[in-house]
Design a protein around this ligand. Structure first.
Ligand code: SF4
Length: 481
């Protein structure tokens, strides 16, 4: 249904009907943007969704960076790498690049996410924080002449302090600059802004305060800009939240917006389709046990272990684990062989040919509605009541979770000493961050702390975890052969 809607329908970000629309250019003059004008061009539902999802990947990774206490430099590095993959945005000086397309995607993604994140105070706060971080990183890495032109094009409500005024407060102002001579002090620009707009600098006592104004030295100018970005975005989100009933009438957008809003919880939900391209060749039934011991995330490891122990598995376990194995590369014949063998001697062995075999073929799209179902992603497994994410399901039984972690991963290097760090992420409900840390610890030969699955990427899908683990092992084998 949704595919058809994607192809057939086109929507507009301001929710007006087609006839009343004024179409404007999609390009913006600079790489940096305060997003003060919503785009008024046509956007297909597909473009709306993909632009929002790609931007959300970046924002979710920025949130993960905060949860993982990454330093500013590490956060910046991870964000730059992720932006290179999902949201490249070059300066005007870059050649051979479709700058208009990049900026269009940047604008569409930002405004689409505003619609998703304006809906509660908590979402607004998190969105503003992540967007401001992204803006700061872009600001710091921008081409300096283009950044200057961008600043000149905007009104940040600052007043340049005159030489007379500087001299009047010379004694106070000289504490905030490192000018060695009279001439250096005279040449040092200061800006006056209302002190309430730069609370951060006031708290850190990095400005001089007088009559409701803060006197900001040029080296702190960026703080004024970040504060302005934050303040404008907060106000815009509030305004959007008041207009949201208009958008709610559009039934095509609602499911997308709901999904996007959840993306912060577990990273961006995505269907993982790497399968055999990533793992290299098909997987056979006999290989599953050894793959589980080396490459599966905790959710799938626990399902595998319980299947081995009980020779039985309830419906949702079979569904989640079966789809995971299918996407990992198990063919229909190998899947039937695997499940038949696993159930042998168990309480459901006699039901195999009548019932379970049909379910397996169904999940491969060979029975019933003939849909090739994707494997469940982390977000779906976090909210599953059965056979879901163990970090989520065992968060209230920390002892059980810790013993599951140790029994599953001690052969791969996880020790008692690692548990407090993992459990602290679980306590913060950052389940995918805990899982990513486990990946780093158990793959310490290949990735360093903070690198996640590589390039700083966090776990968002069990198949992504397994595929990356298999891939890393292969890369190392190829290097040593
Ligand atoms: Fe599985 Fe995702 Fe939970 Fe990791 S975070 S255990 S991959 S559901």
């Amino acid at each position: 249904m949704f595919q058809a809607a994607k192809q057939a329908s086109r929507t507009r970000l301001n929710g007006k009907d087609d006839e009343s629309m004024h179409v404007e250019s999609s390009s913006s003059s600079y790489r940096l943007s305060l997003y003060d004008k919503p785009p008024l061009f046509d956007v297909t539902v597909e473009e709306f969704e993909t632009s929002a999802l790609d931007r959300l990947r970046i924002l979710a990774e920025i949130e993960s960076s905060a949860a993982r206490n990454r330093s500013w430099d590490e956060t910046k590095q991870v964000t730059i790498t992720q932006c290179g993959k999902y949201l490249p945005l070059n300066s005007n000086s870059a050649s051979g690049i479709d700058l208009q397309a990049e900026r269009r995607k940047d604008q569409v993604g930002h405004f689409a996410l505003r619609l998703a994140f304006c809906r509660s105070e908590e979402l607004r706060r998190r969105f503003v924080k992540a967007e401001t971080t992204l803006f700061k990183i872009r600001y710091e890495t921008d081409d300096s002449s283009e950044r200057r032109a961008f600043l000149d094009s905007k009104d940040f409500h600052w007043i340049s302090v005159s030489t007379e005024e500087k001299n009047e407060y010379k004694q106070q102002l000289s504490h905030f600059v490192s000018a060695k001579s009279e001439a250096e002090f005279t040449n040092e620009p200061f800006y006056k802004v209302k002190w309430t707009t730069i609370i951060d600098l006031v708290e850190k006592r990095r400005v001089f305060l007088k009559s409701g104004f803060a006197y900001v030295p040029a080296k702190e100018q960026a703080s004024i800009i970040y504060a302005a970005f934050e303040e404008r975005l907060e106000a815009a989100l509030l305004a959007t939240s008041r207009a949201i009933p208009l958008v709610d009438e559009d039934t095509r957008l609602n499911p997308i917006l709901d999904n996007l809003a959840q993306g912060f919880t577990a990273g961006v939900p995505s269907d993982w389709v790497g399968s055999s391209e990533t793992t290299g060749e098909g997987i056979t039934a006999d290989m599953v046990d050894s793959l589980a011991k080396q490459h599966f995330p905790l959710c799938m490891r626990m399902l595998h272990q319980s299947l081995k122990k009980d020779h039985h598995m309830k419906h949702f376990g079979r569904l989640h684990y079966g789809l995971f194995l299918k996407v990992l590369g198990l063919s229909i014949d190998e899947a039937i062989a695997f499940w038949r063998k696993s159930f042998a001697g168990g309480p459901g062995a006699d039901k195999f040919d009548k019932e379970y075999r049909y379910n397996i073929r169904h999940s491969f799209g060979l029975e019933g509605r003939r849909m090739n179902y994707p494997a469940k992603n982390c977000l779906q497994l976090h909210s599953a009541h059965e056979a879901g994410c163990p970090y989520r399901q065992l968060e209230n039984s920390p002892e059980n979770l810790q013993s599951a972690l140790l029994s599953s991963y001690s052969a791969q290097g996880l020790t008692l000493n690692d548990l407090p760090e993992i459990m602290s992420q679980v306590k913060k409900k950052a389940y995918h961050v805990a899982c990513t840390r486990v990946f780093e610890i158990t793959h310490a030969r290949y990735v360093k702390k903070g690198e996640g699955l590589g390039d700083g990427e966090s776990v968002t899908h069990p198949n992504q975890y397994a595929a990356r683990s298999i891939e890393l092992e292969k890369e190392v084998k190829m290097e040593t052969d």
